[in-house]
Design a protein around this ligand. Structure first.
Ligand code: PA5
Length: 445
């Protein structure tokens, strides 16, 4: 499914020290199953891949097909965990230039509700004017401001285009089973709905309808995605010894480095298709671990591009970070470097080589340079970019995050800090009930 290599950590933390964390890591993994740890009400993701039934997947695929039938473009509305998983998987598995296609088998997926940019919304509405549009609105709480703003506008636009009755066929809501404004609205308007389980937090929800419905609508093979995750669930279970459990080993290596003073983990990849996997990963780890004054700061780079920007800092700046690299063994397509008679750029020595091989050598050379510069390296190797391997990778990170969070001594499954900006924003916007805070905040601006 994936290969984990932590050898390049041992120059910084002795191998024996990491393998000496066996009991601790197995204990943290056990807490995810015996539900004795903090935040244990939110552990529904742990068994999610193996508990998803064929019936549930079929229902998702059916709804996706119905939406495909009425839409050339589907706007996926959500923020944080309610959109990043979809964006990550789509970016990893679709053609880089998919958006340029004029004829397509599946609807084009566009996103809204993850920013409050006026120009973004204006440009989105302009872009979708001529094509049939559907929407998948996703919010567990059903009250998050950014997607609620976008959905109000998208809903009105769809109703204006198709009429109120027909509009319901163009909209699917994914939300809480009972509570929240979106659940109430979906009931009133007669939207088809899917449920985000109570015990699955947003950033762990990609394998629920939150991710699976839009991905299925985009033509992604969600059964394979879940199969990969399910195999990783088995490979990281509570009975798997620490030495054989890749998620526990990764958790141990990053925890050991943190305890040695490394404060930043940089997720690096050598393919732009993985850029949004890194964005998803940043939310997963950042929101899970960054609390109580603790936690590794998750950052990301896409290489070799960022070697020409962040590379200098990584090589020679403050020695605060380590790198976790996602490598991909096999590219899907073959492109070979060509010979040139004049050879003015001096690159004929590369003639006949696959571009992937050149990328690979850049990757290995960079790894050694960074290790020599004092940056420990963890490697995660995927055989190829397909649904199965991406499913395995997502679950691997989720499991490692749960284990690491418990090793850090925090509750990995809440996000109390996210409320602070909301309170100030509501006060500044004059939301009823926030009048007093509004006065105080204005004085501070
Ligand atoms: O991980 C989380 O729970 C959050 O980041 C949420 O995903 C995000 O805030 C969106 O919340 P909601 O789905 O309730 O709109």
């Amino acid at each position: 499914m994936l290969k984990l290599n932590i050898d390049k950590v041992f120059d910084f933390v002795p191998q024996a020290e990491i393998y000496g964390m066996k009991q601790e890591m197995e204990g943290c993994n056990a807490l995810l199953y015996n539900r004795q740890g903090r935040g244990s009400d939110f552990l529904g993701w742990v068994n999610l891949p193996s508990s998803l039934s064929a019936g549930e997947l079929s229902a998702i695929k059916k709804a996706a097909k119905e939406l495909q039938e009425v839409s050339e473009i589907i706007v996926v509305i959500g923020i944080g965990g309610s959109y990043l998983g979809t964006k990550a998987v789509l970016s990893a598995l679709t053609d880089n230039f998919d958006w340029l296609k004029t004829k397509r088998k599946y609807p084009l997926i566009l996103f809204a509700g993850q920013n409050i940019s006026e120009d973004y919304l204006h440009e989105l509405f302009k872009a979708v004017k001529k094509q049939d549009v559907g929407a998948i609105v996703i919010s567990k709480s059903g009250t998050t401001t950014e997607p609620a703003i976008a959905f109000r506008l998208v809903k009105n636009a769809i109703e204006a285009r198709y009429g109120k009755k027909k509009a319901a066929r163009h909209i699917v809501a994914v939300t809480d089973a009972q509570k929240g404004a979106l659940r109430t609205l979906a009931g009133q308007e007669g939207y088809q709905t899917f449920v985000i389980p109570d015990d699955v937090g947003g950033r762990f929800s990609v394998l629920t309808p939150v991710g699976l419905l839009p991905l299925a609508a985009a033509g992604i093979d969600i059964r394979e995605l879940v199969r990969g995750a399910k195999d990783m669930e088995a490979a990281t279970g509570p009975d798997v010894p620490f030495e054989e459990n890749p998620a526990a080993l990764y958790a141990a290596a990053r925890t050991a480095l943190y305890r040695k003073g490394k404060k930043i983990e940089i997720l690096a990849s050598y393919d732009p298709k993985l850029q949004y996997i890194a964005e998803w990963w940043k939310q997963l780890f950042g929101e899970s671990e960054g609390k109580e004054g603790k936690g590794l700061f998750p950052a990301s780079v896409t290489l070799t591009s960022d070697l020409h920007s962040m590379g200098q800092y990584i090589q020679e700046g403050e020695r605060l970070m380590f790198e976790t690299v996602i490598g991909v063994e096999k590219a899907k397509h073959e492109v070979t470097m060509e010979a040139d008679e004049a050879d003015l750029d001096g690159l004929n020595f590369l003639a006949g080589k696959r571009i992937g091989e050149i990328n690979r050598m850049a990757e290995l050379g960079t790894m050694l340079a960074h290790v020599d510069g004092g940056v420990p390296n963890i490697r995660i190797e995927l055989e190829t970019l397909d649904e199965y391997h991406i499913g395995a990778l997502l679950y691997f990170f989720e499991k490692a995050c749960g284990i690491s969070g418990y090793a850090l001594g925090i509750n990995p499954f809440d996000q109390p800090g996210v409320e602070a900006y909301k309170k100030n924003m509501f006060a500044l916007l004059g939301k009823p009930g926030y009048e007093k805070e509004g006065e105080e905040i204005r004085k501070r601006l």
